[in-house]
Design a protein around this ligand. Structure first.
Ligand code: MF3
Ligand code: CO
Ligand code: CO
Length: 252
């Protein structure tokens, strides 16, 4: 018996609103990602944007997390804490925004480039985005969660990169993190079966080098052990009767 929550049509309407707001917040920042801006400033802009739209930034005070978004630069894999450190030319960073609106969450992240970035960084970003897109395209009732991981792992490793194991996607909806864990590696036809109404994130973290990570002394910031670059993209998706819907899209 699956204990994965299933959301109904009315919930989907609210998930769509929360997801769209998170995506718009994330996109609203793109012209400001320039050398010299601090991640603290980005945090403030997004917190204000969400508050102005009647939403709450779900990370703020979540399990003691001190900020409203995560900003993960270069070899930071995820959960980087905004600070007064300035971005510099050549940095790549993931910004992760979760909006809590009218009882529902929308969770998404994408990569941003500061000034001119290296060819290998660009390649890592493109492959990571493609991992997420390929895994979303297969979604429909009846497939197993393992198929998602399989698609991501196969493509990432074919390109010479590795898939982070210690962090995964998650069910999301009324709570920020719900069952199940959505692994970004694995085998076809393993794990729970997808059913209409399930809502979860897919958020592959792909490393240029080895997959091992460690968490810094602040208790949050996860980095690659070998200091290689890491990239991540995230969407919140819902399973429909014959496929999927991406909630975290910036559409009108
Ligand atoms: N948004 C992140 C995720 O994709 C979670 C951040 S938890 C925090 O699941 F506490 F670090 F904010
Ligand atoms: Co997430
Ligand atoms: Co997120």
């Amino acid at each position: 018996m699956s204990s994965i929550k299933k959301y109904n049509e009315r919930d989907f309407i609210k998930l769509r609103e929360a997801g769209k707001l998170a995506a718009i917040a994330l996109d609203s920042i793109k012209d400001k990602i320039l050398p010299g801006i601090t991640t603290q400033t980005i945090d403030e802009i997004i917190r204000k944007f969400l508050r102005d739209h009647n939403a709450y930034p779900a990370p703020l005070f979540y399990r003691g997390y001190p900020k409203s978004i995560c900003t993960s630069i270069n070899h930071v894999v995820c959960h980087g804490i905004p600070s007064d450190k300035e971005l510099k030319n050549g940095d790549i960073l993931n910004i992760d925004v979760t909006a809590y609106l009218d009882g529902f969450h929308g969770d998404c992240s994408k990569m941003f480039c500061v000034g001119d970035i290296s060819v290998k960084a660009k390649n890592l970003i493109n492959v990571t985005k493609e991992c997420l897109n390929r895994s979303i395209k297969i979604l429909k009732p009846g497939i197993h969660f393992g198929n998602i991981g399989h698609v991501i792992q196969s493509f990432a490793e074919e390109k010479g990169f590795s898939v982070v194991r210690e962090f995964c996607g998650h069910g999301v909806g009324e709570k920020f993190h719900e069952e199940p864990n959505v692994l970004h590696y694995g085998n076809k036809n393993e794990g729970p079966v997808l059913e209409e109404g399930m809502v979860f994130t897919i958020e592959p973290m792909i490393n240029e080098g080895k997959f091992e990570t460690k968490v810094l002394k602040d208790g949050w910031t996860a980095v690659t052990k070998d200091k290689s670059l890491s990239a991540q993209f995230e969407h919140t998706v819902g399973i429909t009767n014959n496929g999927y819907e991406i909630f975290t899209l910036n559409k009108n």
